[in-house]
Design a protein. Sequence first.
Length: 319
Amino acid sequence: MKRKNLLEIIGVLSLSFMLTCSMAVSGGIPAMIEEFASYSRSSVELLLSVTSFTMMLMIALSPILSKYIPERIIIIAGLIIYTVSGLTPVFIQSYPVIFLSRVIFGLGTGLINAKAITLIGERFTGDLQQKLQGIRCSMETLGQTILTLIAGRLLIFGWKYTFLVYGTALIILILYILFVPERTNIPLSSNVSAASEKASLALSEIPFIIGYALIGFLMVSTNVSLSLRISSYMIETGIGTAADGATIMGISTFAGFIAGDILWQRGLLLGCLAFAAAVGLAVVYDRKIAKTNETGYTITRIIERSFLNSMKKGDNDID
């Protein structure tokens, strides 16, 4: 492989490194609740979860924006928005300002998210494309794990410094500008028939897709809720610190990714997955020692990852 192509691949894959890191700073929630004592607990937690709504909005609008704005400008703008809004809480500790920055942060993430997924399909073909798609998913988990662990260590200096992890987007911006060249327009006429065929196949799978989407929503929302509360739970029950909670989140994310890849087979019954998830939540509720919480949280992560991998496998089979 030519050095130029390798650098382009690195630049493209780096975009996925920070796509799932909106919750990386959730270890700072307990300290933020104390900082913003005049606001309710749910209002403080909303600072982290609100990004998901604006991110989904931007992903939905991405096809429209792509018709009028060049791909390169969208990605560069997304990375700049991500960096500036992500770092804002480091310098300004005002609830309204942080809330606005997190709303904008979601918009920046959404701009990058849609393009990070399609870039590989547009720039690479064949076996290389399939390999890169798999590596891209790994990059998301790797980024979430590393940045969550780093944010946990930064808690020593104060909750606001956990947001420094979003500065990694600046490095990714440099990599993208230097190594990912502007893509020349490719005629889409040759792909029309293939797209129509896929669309017809997708219509026949609507019940399957809706069912998986609903269960996927349940799995992901459960883990988001755990991520928001695990550090507070550690402190309130006296079994650990907020940093311990962040460490549990980082380790569990990586462990869930590894085990989930082993258990991705679609042959696993959804009932078994649901039962295992319930066991994981029950273990989390055990208040005795931090290790039981880590075990329970890891179990729910494994189940979530197994299910999501099963969904991806199903999508490939449909394609």
